[in-house]
Design a protein around this ligand. Structure first.
Ligand SMILES: Cc1cc2nc3c(=O)[nH]c(=O)nc-3n(C[C@H](O)[C@H](O)[C@H](O)COP(=O)(O)O)c2cc1C
Length: 203
């Protein structure tokens, strides 16, 4: 079974990124994969700090109580959907922080499908930002295709109130199919070829 983590990168209580994350997790199940929604609306990942690298952290450290379970859930995934809101033309700081915290190969050589979410006509800047800076030490392998959901509040597939362009939902489903196929294929790559003891950090 292919297991996909869906990371929703907004901490807003009414986040469209979270709503779309729920939808995508359901669609992945419909495609025969299992999914795990990791929503930064619900999980307050601590800001990266040197204490993250303590060899013997106290049991009540947020690196133990909050980060470690997230890290294990990401390690269990074969691929990821990364849903980034566009905030001031950027990826949200909590999503960048999560990538910064992935220092144990959580995402290494796993395919990642970028889904950018904009309340207006934006969405391209965070895609560009993730493609430029989101992969070096995580070794997250961005798929060549990504999705931009503009006017996100109107993206209501299956509802009569849906205001999204007709092409958007089929394109999303095709992207998710490509992701699950890559995720299945990349299992062999990680098991038989990749050696993270050589590739400590990207160049
Ligand atoms: C702090 C902040 C900055 C934002 N800046 C932009 C922006 O630069 N461009 C844009 O298209 N939408 C912007 N938005 C609107 C979001 O794209 C919109 O809320 C969308 O639904 C994704 O964010 P969400 O997942 O938090 O809902 C911003 C929203 C917030 C909270």
């Amino acid at each position: 079974m292919t297991h996909i983590a869906v990371i929703a990168g907004s901490n807003r209580s009414e986040a469209q990124s979270h709503r779309i994350g729920v939808l995508i997790a359901e669609r992945l199940t419909g495609l025969g994969a299992t999914s795990d929604l990791i929503s930064l609306r619900d999980i307050d990942v601590p800001m990266w700090h040197e204490s993250k690298r303590d060899k013997n952290p106290p049991a009540d450290s947020p690196w133990v109580t909050v980060w470690r379970p997230v890290s294990e859930r990401l390690k269990a995934a074969d691929g990821v959907v990364v849903i980034t809101p566009e905030w001031h033309g950027m990826v949200s700081p909590m999503l960048k922080n999560l990538l910064c915290c992935c220092e144990e190969g959580e995402l290494a050589f796993k395919p990642g499908y970028i889904v950018a979410v904009s309340g207006g006509a934006g969405g391209a800047y965070p895609v560009s930002e993730l493609r430029t800076s989101g992969y070096k030490n995580t070794y997250l392998h961005w798929l060549p295709d990504h999705l931009i959901i503009r006017n996100a509040g109107g993206f209501l597939p299956g509802s009569p109130d849906d205001k999204a362009p007709e092409f958007l939902e089929p394109r999303m489903m095709h992207g998710l199919k490509i992701l699950t196929a890559y995720a299945e294929a990349a299992k062999k790559l990680r098991a038989e070829v990749v050696d993270l003891s050589i590739l400590r950090n990207g160049m």
